[in-house]
Ligand binder design. Sequence first.
Ligand SMILES: Cc1ncc(COP(=O)(O)O)c(C=O)c1O
Length: 353
Amino acid sequence: MKNAIREARALLDRLPRARLGFFPTPLHRLDRLSALLGVNLYIKRDDFTGMNLFGGNKVRKLEYLLGATAASGVKYAITYGATQSNHAMETAAACRRLGITPVLYLTAVVQPDAASLRANLLLDRVLGAEVHIVPIEPGETEADAEERSFRMGAARAEALNAAGQPCVDIPMGGASELGSVGFAAAMVELAEQLQELNGLRFSRIYHSTGTGGTMAGMHAGRALLGMDTAIVSVSASPKDKPSYLKKVYDLSAAVLDLLGSERRPDPAAMRLNLTQWHPGYEQPNEAATEAILMLAREEGLFVDPVYTGKALAGLLADVRSGEIAQGDTVLFWHTGGATALFAEPEILGGLCR
Ligand SMILES: Cc1ncc(COP(=O)(O)O)c(C=O)c1O
């Protein structure tokens, strides 16, 4: 493993990286929850990536996405998401740190109350981002409105570039091969930590998946390192399984290409869990509420109702069904998102009743 880590680091070090977060993030055992569940449960604390109070997986992606921009004279960065998007807020924060003006096109999956801004949308305002709310028009699906937001962003980028204000476009969720490199690097970081823990080994990693960039990067890192850990990606939104897995496989392979590696991701290790997203993206359910309360009351830690609460609920369901055997050593990769705990009541559901 030591050689594989060294080789992977050498490939990663060739890419420009903006130092935004604090790494490695802590890796530790959840003693009380482990005892309660009868498994050996660890947590990787990407809620602590920095660069501000809220952390999360996007910081890893943004380090690579914005790695080359500071030196290239970029003045504006445009990105996309839902009105309560963690990615959009973290992008705005990263831009400010690098002296870039953030421009956000936010689809109103949950309609914000302009008189009482909350959570990420409030932070976007505090960060002084140029915010464009894109309502879902009658007859439009969420995806249609998102497509429209991409066209609006492209037009704004063209106008800025034409006005001599160089502009970079960052895809939703930071889910390009460059952004996903951040999670290949995260797997290398994890492998280094496992070495320090005398070769501790996880049978599975559980994490939340949305755009798929985190999942793609993890599988690229797994392939680089020759790891045999299965990765269970618990979806925060409905997906068509075959096309999503293909998209993530292709993105993961593109990450390996970008790094100059001939290795390929292992489709057999890509486990997409579609049992927890219901009733929809940013819509709460009882299992996630229970998972949030259990982690808070056993360990004093917070997961959120949109992403990490649903991922933890997926892990808990697999313990209960015996899919995770008693005594197994598993990792819950906390990808952040705590601000959703301060979002609209429609997002919080049973937590605020
Ligand atoms: C807290 C949190 N966890 C997980 C995810 C999913 O990451 P990805 O979009 O890379 O699949 C997101 C994405 O927005 C997120 O904000």
